[in-house]
Design a protein around this ligand. Structure first.
Ligand code: E4P
Length: 217
């Protein structure tokens, strides 16, 4: 399973990249806004740090402008993955960009049928938004399960990029289903590491070790 970090904050990316477990990055217009930086600059900098796919989202909603923006973003680096909204024009742009060898990520997916269309359009990634479905009392995890079944039924190559992850439980659930990628905010990734019994165990071992009076090495 691949782990992407869902942020446009360079400091967060740098810190988590040191862990050696980050396979890619996802951004969106809201995350670019939070970074307070130009999309071109920030995507350039992320691509210089992370060799895996870096999703950069088009802002346009019509086909021609999406393609124009996508070409602009794709020039930044080989690892840019063009993020497109799951709309008529977005699917059309996906089909075209895929046919000329660009990586694509179809975003704002809320139904299994939308994911099926993205797969047919040749999307590299489909991004079902779990947290936003949970927010309106629908079942985001069930959506990932349904998409997994549909993609497997027809042997589509599109990867499931579980998005809008808000909790460590979301990560566990999508891993159990077999999502190819989970993209998560930095705080969720850090929470995956933590357990109070781990902390308690370290305290006990450190205290007992001091009592041995020994030094290793
Ligand atoms: C994914 O690519 C999106 O950027 C992100 O996961 C959206 O998450 P949110 O619903 O917490 O904004």
């Amino acid at each position: 399973m691949q782990f992407f970090i869902d942020t446009a904050h360079i400091d967060e990316i740098r810190e988590l990249n040191d862990l050696g477990l980050i396979d890619g990055v996802t951004t969106n217009p809201s995350l670019i806004l939070k970074s307070g930086r130009s999309i071109i600059e920030v995507i350039q900098e992320i691509c210089s740090l992370i060799p895996g796919p870096v999703s950069a989202e088009v802002a346009a909603t019509d086909y021609q402008s999406m393609i124009r923006e996508a070409n602009h973003l794709a020039k930044i680096s080989e690892n840019v993955c063009i993020k497109l909204p799951l709309t008529f024009d977005g699917l059309r742009a996906c089909k075209h960009l895929t046919s000329i060898g660009k990586k694509t990520n179809l975003t704002l997916c809320f139904t299994a049928n939308q994911a099926l269309l993205a797969a047919k359009a040749g999307a590299t990634f489909i991004s079902p938004f779990i947290g936003r479905l949970d927010d309106i009392s629908l079942n985001g995890i069930q959506l990932i399960r349904d998409i997994r079944t549909i993609l497997q039924n027809y042997n589509f190559q599109t990867k499931i990029l579980a998005a809008s992850i808000r909790t460590t439980n979301h990560v566990k659930e999508v891993a159990l289903i077999g999502a190819d990628v989970a993209t998560m905010p930095a705080f969720v990734l850090k929470q995956l590491i933590q357990h109070p019994l781990t902390e308690k165990g370290i305290d006990i071992f450190r205290s007992d070790w001091r009592k041995t009076g020994q030094i290793i090495g």
